[in-house]
Design a protein around this ligand. Sequence first.
Ligand code: IMP
Length: 492
Amino acid sequence: MKRKEIPNRAVVSTQWGDEGKGKIVDVFAEEADIIARGTGGANAGHTIHIGEREFIFHLVPAGIIRPKKVNIIGNGVVLDPRVLCEELDILRHAGIEYKSRLLLALNAKLVLPQHLLLDRVSDSSAKNGRIGTTGRGIGPAYADHYSRIGLTINDLLNPRLLEEKLERNLREKLLLLREYDPEVIKKIMWHAHLGGGQFYSENDFLDVQAITKAYLAYGKRLAPLICDTDNYLRAVVGHHSILLEGAQGTLLSVDYGTYPFVTSSDCGIEGLVKGVGLRTHDIQEVWGIAKAPYMTRVGEGPFPTEMGGERSAHWCGNGATCKMEREQYSHVSFESENELEFGIAVRFAGNEYGATTGRPRRTGWVDTLLLKLATTVNGPDVILTKLDVLSGCKTIKICTAYQYDGPQVRWGMDTLYKGETLRKAIPNSEVLQHCKPIYELFPGWQQDITGMRRWRELPPELKHIIHAIEERAGVNARILSVGPDRSQMIFR
Ligand code: IMP
């Protein structure tokens, strides 16, 4: 029977992802029987620290580290079997048993080489509308699902069906690929994620035989893990405690985020429960994760509070790497008056480089309007993470309103005028890109808080900032994270 006191929980991000969900899932996983993922794919990256060991997973739920827990990759996930097999190897080498407790939804969507190719070729060729995707094939795989030409994990178990469906899918892709420079395609096909040329065909770009062969081999390896996880979860939902692990962040949701600079799944609570075959009322606690008092974004798209504004977006979006930054900006600190440099100092302090792509994450001050927007989707209970990063910073800024600085525009029944003050975020990139932040300033705290475990120990300046975030965004920050380790948590 279910241990009564343990509710079914969900952990979702309230910003643009990378708020430290992995650690929170890991902490909650201790009490859960089952950990399930329902959205996204290998675009996600969870970093989990256990003592000296660091694990980065893109597909396997973070609960796999906990012995005896069942981990599920649900129907809403777009699954790249190559990445999954690599992660299974990592688990095997680390001596972590997974065979009896990792289940793959038979109806999860299959990521194929053509998805990786199309993602890379289309995003790199888009002149103005580049999204800055992770290149993991996410958008094209979801697009195939909605176009009704997608493949599922179950197709890996049926050689004849796999080949038929692949052929049909590739016929459509060939027409699309003819639009692009064949040399660019060839170069992408040699990428390690595409098997280093293994799937390349001179005439058709993609070799159906080679793909079928490789994918059947993945199917053979994954077969013992593939089952009807929707049914499994529905059957156990009242008896076992379930923890749902979100991916990306609500502001990246295709339904609620800063469209079109979003990913292709609904990263809010509704997308998550649907992606594991459950209903929202099956979940008793929804926890929204938010970084504070700074936040980050990877890839293109509006970010009103970005430190260094367009210069930062340009620097982060044009091939800057951690190594380059450390060499070129070794002098920066929280004392830097130049905003771009201050933002880089925050990136250094928070180690804000993508777990999936290694790209520098754009840094900015926490935006309570966007946080409020995300909580209308997920609910008001939040966990604030990375609170230790800005220790030692003289002044903290919190965005509590915008000045709209763009051309006059209709937003439904409202008209926005240049110079107007907005107190509510409009999740539309044409509007948001013209929003200038209006800040409230707070004195920072100087103490190291990483060893603190109780609310009353926290510096009064930080408590004041947390109260302000709660009040302006309408959230309850009931749990705080003050460092990367499992133990560095404060429960209020
Ligand atoms: P895609 O999901 O690879 O299609 O990328 C779409 C957008 O979402 C890009 O701006 C990515 O940088 C962003 N994105 C995707 N996954 C993550 C994530 O796990 N963390 C942060 N940003 C992400």
